[in-house]
Design a binder for this molecule. Structure first.
Ligand code: NAD
Length: 478
């Protein structure tokens, strides 16, 4: 028996949760439910995170959380409960299967069956943003080796345990050589440990176009957070409907399962909503807690129900569907089909034990790290890079000199183009003349000289070499 935490959420949440629980319990799920309240009521009671402290205790104790969609009230100040939960509980992997149910649910892609594995904690979602000048704001994109290793390993382990043939990686490492470059590098390293699973890498732009056009060439796709956020919705939608997809958020300790759609407040309380998305989340939960036979039984009964044309309003089609039903009636139909398999759609068959082998991250030995220069970001409301160069050159010393200036990453000094548009945010790179390393004291002296010369430095970024390899990007055009 597994204790799980359940939140019925807002809008259509309670109806689809009741339907989902009734199906999995009828199938024999060995679960005991602790219910907590999250969402709109909690937000409106003055708790800006949408969840009470005692509820966290329940989630952390049970470690398995089935969550219906919630409504985030309009207006500022309310933190997204989903994002908070993922981060607090370290739910680093977001797993979203997107499979078509052609011809029973309309799609342009009758053969699509992909699983998106999205990194869930880092990338631009660290939420580290700053305004630095009148004209420029920045968002820090953080990618870590443990983050990459954990998600890529998850993708390959998932592929192995679920009998998938190929893992594809999407990044933009032709542009972001450090961040996406690390993700791609780790992908190649881990792929080599799984010789029986095909692997490939696509640049995200053409990969996304290919996925939207010919999704049947993909199997498991792993990617950093932002790309995964966007493309998992695209994948769910082109498979048939975002209303049919569920997702699992997995961490080393805890896991959360949900539908991918929201609380659809306009449909609430009318017994209309489709519980399939949440049911798909619950099926992932059952495999996660080792109740794979029950998961298989529920999935096959659900497929049977869909192919027999019993549909809720959102997927109902005159002429194709047989019966338009409400939330409760749909659940009853699935329950009636428990023990049956679909005859047209492929029936699923899960391995008895789908435990993934996910070793804890082992920190690597530290590399040799040398400080080899510094980037100063300067707020300067003029447009001529040569004049800025003349000003910042005043702080040069015999040891360290201005190496280049970029504006939004494009080199504008020396030898810039007059056509390049410049904002008020300039990066001035200082490097020692003879390529020997510098000390932090050098940077302190440069900063102090800049202050005396009224140069408005809004940020400094140290330039390092790790094991004698430069670990920073060049200026575009450098
Ligand atoms: P939504 O997904 O709730 O609804 C969009 C439309 O899709 C609805 O109008 C409805 O017609 C349809 N729909 C969605 N789920 C359906 C279902 N199960 N059955 C039938 N039709 C369904 O998106 P929204 O309207 O943008 O957001 C509503 C609220 O949900 C917002 O407060 C938003 O913050 C929240 N939301 C929550 C989550 C979550 O908790 N995971 C995710 C997304 C949005």
């Amino acid at each position: 028996m597994q204790r799980i935490t359940v939140a019925k959420g807002d809008g259509i949440g309670p109806e689809i949760m009741d339907a989902t629980l009734s199906i999995i319990l009828a199938a024999g799920a060995q679960i005991e439910v602790d219910e907590i309240e999250v969402g709109e009521k909690v937000y409106l009671s003055g708790n800006s995170s949408g969840i009470a402290k005692e509820s966290w205790d329940v989630i952390r104790k049970n470690k398995v959380f089935l969550k219906a969609p919630i409504t985030t009230p309009q207006g500022g100040g309310y933190k997204s409960l989903n994002v908070t939960t993922r981060k607090f509980l370290g739910l680093y992997a977001n797993i979203r299967p997107c499979m078509t149910m052609h011809p029973y649910v309309k799609t342009k892609h009758p053969k699509m069956d992909i699983v998106i594995v999205r990194e869930n904690e880092e990338d631009l979602y660290a939420g580290i943003e700053h305004q630095q000048t009148d004209e420029v704001v920045q968002c820090l994109k953080l990618i870590s080796r443990p983050g990459c290793e954990k998600i890529v390993r998850y993708a390959f382990e998932y592929a192995k345990q679920y009998g998938r043939k190929k893992v594809t990686c999407f990044t933009k490492d032709n542009i972001m050589k450090q961040t996406d470059g690390l993700f791609h590098q780790v992908f190649d390293e881990i792929a080599a440990e799984y010789p029986h699973i095909e692997n490939e890498h696509w640049i995200i732009d053409i990969g996304a176009a290919k996925m939207a056009d010919t999704p049947e060439v993909f199997d498991v796709i792993v990617m950093p957070n932002l790309y995964g956020d966007v493309l998992s919705d695209v994948a769910a939608q082109i498979a048939g409907s975002v209303g049919l997809a569920g997702s699992a958020n997995i961490g080393e300790e805890c896991a959360m399962f949900e539908a991918i759609h929201g609380s659809a407040p306009r449909r609430a309380g009318q017994n209309m909503a489709n519980p399939s998305g949440l049911l798909q989340g619950a099926i992932q939960m059952l495999t996660h807690i080792g109740q794979t036979e029950i998961a298989e039984k529920v999935q096959n009964a659900w497929l049977k129900t869909i192919e027999s044309g019993i549909h809720t309003y959102d997927i109902y089609e005159d002429g194709k569907s047989k019966m338009k039903v409400g939330t409760k009636e749909f659940a009853e139909a699935v329950i009636k089909n428990l023990g049956q398999k679909p005859s047209q759609l492929p029936a699923v068959s899960y391995q008895k034990d789908v435990k993934l082998n996910l070793p804890k991250y082992q920190r690597k030995p530290a590399k040799k790290k040398d400080l080899v220069g510094v980037d100063f970001f300067v707020h300067w409301a003029d447009t001529d890079p040569d004049r800025l160069a003349a000003i910042v050159k005043k702080i040069e010393t015999a040891d360290i000199q201005l190496n280049m200036i970029t504006n939004r990453g494009i080199k504008v000094y020396p030898d810039g183009f007059s056509e390049t548009f410049c904002t008020d945010h300039w990066r001035c790179r200082f490097k020692p003349l003879d390529r020997k390393s510098i000390t932090k004291q050098t940077i302190i002296e440069l900063l102090s000289a800049a202050e005396k010369n009224q140069i408005d430095i809004v940020k400094t970024e140290n330039l390092y070499e790790f094991d004698n390899k430069p670990a920073y990007s060049l200026g575009q055009g450098q």
